[in-house]
Design a protein around this ligand. Sequence first.
Ligand code: NAP
Length: 461
Amino acid sequence: MPNEESPLFELVLHGERALAFGLLGEHLGHSHSPAIHGELGSAPYDLVEVPRDRVCAFLEARRFRGLNVTIPYKKEAAQACDELSPAARRLGNANTLVVRPNGSLYGDNTDYHGFSRQLASTGVSVEGRSCLVIGDGGAAATVRAVLQDQGACEVVTATRRGSEHTLPLAALNGLDCLPSGEAIPGTTLAQANELRERLSVIVNATPVGMYPHANDEVPVRLERFPQLACVCDLVYNPLATRLIQEARDRGIPAASGLLMLVAQAKRSSDQFLNEERPDSLEDEVYKTMRGRLQSISLIGMPGCGKTRTGLHLAKELGYEFVDVDDLVVAEAGMPIPQFFATQGEEAFRDLETLCTAQALAKPGRVVATGGGVVTRERNRFLLRQNGPVVLLTRGLEAPPQGEDLTLEGRPVSQAKGLDQLRAERAPLYHAWADIKVDPHPDGARATARRAARAIQTWMSL
Ligand code: NAP
């Protein structure tokens, strides 16, 4: 018999704990699903981890109202059902289970709807296009079905090793051997070269680029696809993976996995609650979740007011304020000028990158970055992965005499002088900024309000 220490699934199986809604998987870790279902009204929503040898018994017992199912149990979920939706039957897996009033179990695959929404959000029609799906797991199968149903003229799958029916990613990236060192046959290389010329839609259906490995290489090099028109990444943490950021930098419409996650949850929630609500609810919940998961980076000249404005902005948005300089001092165990003098600029920049990544690792933050953060290209991805980069423009133009920024405690500014610093950094600040905020004559609080409005507008675009 289970006791107080027993895992949730044991308690549910033995009727000692009721389960309304939840997510079933083997190892769940942190999940956004409880928060999303809380917004959708399908609550209480629990995370239910079940070991492989107990999953069939758990599904057979049907002691729940509605369940979402994730890796690796979607196939078992479909097999346990009395009735399947057309999508679940076709794909052979179910991510949504509902126990009907007569006790029968119904299964659906709402990922199909979720990916359709994500794809539609790019504004690009796939009809008549050649599409590439990266990965060959359960999600990739769903993506392929959507692309085929929407009229793609060809859907090619690529995997890291390649197989009878998939191309090796390395060949698409212009390499002639696999990561293992094994040579790729010439016929496969020729096929990949031809394909690259006509592929115009790329979907990443692998975990590549997912936190905490967000710094991984991109799965494919976008510059190698001359016809590229649209990129989707199923990864939703970070909100903008390196692949998505690179696509946007190239002006290519790109959609990240959060909308898919919310849209599939909404379709599941409708079935859990037995009511069909409008798609506009997906947009509302998507916006709410994006607001909760994002972090804002403040950049600008040393002394431009990132800390003062940042504190007010955090209050305006209901976020936490973090100053990277404070983290650097804590990590270094000494003031910045001393660290700089003893360890040199390179060591300081490395520490700054580490602390910037730490500061931005949690959502719901306004992060004041160091003035020199833009001098290292690698920081750019970090700043943009979960929200906009906001430039405070104060001090970017040389002010009238006697009104310049303070140089106290800023070794680089003191060594170079503000004019040279401006000349070097102003183009970088402008290039990195998603939003530019001019100083308000009434001070930091008013500037912060101005920034909050600009962020709302940016989010609604
Ligand atoms: P899965 O069945 O485990 O398949 C994962 C696929 O990714 C496999 O083909 C695997 O290839 C490949 N892969 C793993 N690591 C790789 C790497 N380092 N390089 C290249 N390929 C790699 O998982 P899934 O259910 O299809 O999910 C795939 C991804 O989509 C996950 O990140 C998941 O979180 C995401 N997803 C998002 C949503 C959403 O709502 N946004 C919904 C479903 C899934 P091998 O066979 O070679 O290992």
